[in-house]
Design a protein around this ligand. Sequence first.
Ligand code: G6P
Ligand code: MG
Length: 216
Amino acid sequence: EIKAFAFDLDGVIADTARFHGQAWHQLADQVGTEWTPELADGLKGVGRMDSLEMILKAGGHENDYTLAEKEALATQKNDNYLRLVETLTPADILPGMQAFLDELKAQGYRLILASASKNAPKVLGYLKLSEYFEDIVDPAKLAHSKPAPDIYLQAAKQLGLQPNQVIGVEDAQAGIQAIKAAGELAIGIGDNLTDADVTFATTAEVSLAAIASQLS
Ligand code: G6P
Ligand code: MG
């Protein structure tokens, strides 16, 4: 029986995937990697240093920088990202998401955040959604980032639940893979999320009834 929902943040609760994309695009231009839709899509859900490595690799620049230089590039991206998310307000919660979170709370489901972003607590605060989540997984403490199952396994563990009592909600392929590898049911929001158990084109369509009808 499902007791809890583990939520990704960027691209699921708010349109912050756009801001990550903008900040990475700027960095790709700077290091001379061509910014393509495929690269942009592949970065969704991927942690900060892994994202940087993917961008460097896509342009053949993976050996052009020392570790210290890579860390400086990642910090620079994060500073740009923070400047963009600072503008977030509750009006930036994706369509239908506040209603869905309200529905889950009303039905007694427990909520935990399973975002790879170290900025997630701050972003939840800007959106005024911190109160909805009883806990947040700290991505800094995990050995492997999405698509590895670590973050979704840790989410279940922090709630004291088994993976099969948790549903994960994601907008990116790496995230769906992480949920499935953890042995949890996966809700995918967006295109090309073929491995998800339940899929929606947009956040506006997500509700408990719509989920139940796809699972039956
Ligand atoms: C999420 C986003 C990614 C981002 C990652 C790390 O998974 O989807 O785009 O790179 O978090 O975020 P951070 O804010 O810690 O750099
Ligand atoms: Mg996401």
